[in-house]
Design a protein around this ligand. Sequence first.
Ligand code: ADP
Ligand code: MG
Length: 527
Amino acid sequence: MAVEMHAGLASEGGSKLKMLLTFVDTLPNGRCNVIPQESSNSIKDWKFCNVIPQESSNSIKDWKFDFIAYRGFFLDGLILGNTDAHDWSEKGTYYALDLGGTNFRVLRVQLGGGRSSILDNDVKRQPIPQHLMTSTSEDLFDFIASSLKEFVDQEGDAESSVDRRRELGFTFSFPVKQISVSSGTLIKWTKGFAIRDMVGMEVSGCLEQAMTRKGLNMKVAALVNDSVGTLALGHYHDADTVAAVIIGTGTNACYMERTDAIIKCQGLLTTSGGMVVNMEWGNFWSAHLPRTTYDIDLDADSPNPNYQGFEKMISGMYLGDIVRRVILRMSEEADIFGPVSSKLSMPFILSLSAFLVKLCCFRTPLMAAMHEDDSPELTEVGRILSDILEVRKLVVKVCDVVTRRAARLAAAGIAGILKKIGRDGSGGKTPGRSRSDNRIRRTVVAVEGGLYTSYTMFREYLHEALNEILGEEVSQHVFLKVTEDGSGIGAALLAASQSSNSVDRDVIDGKLLGNLISLFVCGHMNM
Ligand code: ADP
Ligand code: MG
């Protein structure tokens, strides 16, 4: 992974890892004045800024992230860490949209300015209607704009009547060639989306046109993907956050890179000296990956063969279908499932009714339910597949193997990022100290996504593998922290900073633009 990261930063098209520029060069900073004491000596989940003393718990359930629960803490105890050029004192109500997988989210974040920071947030989630994933861009964006309008109207937001164009954060989690922090063109669809007329189009423009059609006076101030939004909220809560990883319907990662390491755009200048790089790691590939015939068949049957190889071995959209393929082969070769085998031959991607999907398809949550069935008779597995106990045990074993492989690959990816930025213990000592005084730096990776947060076995395998790869000494300093709805809230924070910081931004964008014109010319030619 680290080698491919270097290659992707060196030249456009130098690696399957696109290593896309995001134009986000400064991250929100709203550090707590109480630094959580990570007493654990293994990699565990952490909920950001939670000061309730259950931090060493193993169970993610104990860590429900709840803005409201500790709003008082924010109001009373928060100090803003102003280490960055921008002081993050935005005020007002900001909206964000989060599109990029199974669920679509509309968010509203209230920022208090100064010390109070995030006062409140509301989120409305809804599944994306299947037909819109392959319809036209106008249909998709009209749906998005209508949901936003409904949300804004329902909230009865006093500010919405103000006759000013309001700024919006847009989390659009597909590969995008950014033109600025607020605009970019779609490179290709992933995760089952396939709207042909949209590829190559400027994403924010499509949304703004739809918002105008629906009578919304809003503009996109930040166009990011889910990993960048997650990194923004992660860093806001904990300034040691250096990277973010998404493990949901799809998978991706981003991290803060030094501009001088981004060789493909030499002379890139930012105020912070860094820029968030969107790795698009779902497309990572290496001959070392343990590819099986099931992976090859799944890829061939997918709408995007030869793309997103890493994602197809790791993420929630695909794991259930790998399991289905393994069981189908077992049933064909050993006739152990009897009449179930006809159901097993239905590909996951068929547009089935919700009832049929439940009955016939190995969606990943169904797979998790079978995998985590701890009843002696494996009742849950039996409910899903009617068969004998020995067969049930076999099914659980298949789920285990597929999940463990996925989790270990994701852990290896995280270790690769840490290696690239010198946080894997090989180069992460604090500079300027004597040898005996050297400390490994505390390192936080923000994580979001339903597969990681809702599938306990997956999470445990990932932590186990990361501990194994990094070793005990380094692992003690590495923390994976869950940001709930971070991809959307982070986008709202970035939108807020862009709007209040527009003068600075123009200067930065101007400089960047000068440096990047040649890069974009190359980039577009390579597409
Ligand atoms: P997105 O933002 O891409 O829509 P989410 O982060 O909301 O994705 O995660 C949804 C995905 O997480 C589902 O598509 C599914 O693959 C996976 N998932 C959700 N719940 C579970 C579960 N209980 N067990 C396993 N996987 C799950
Ligand atoms: Mg998401």
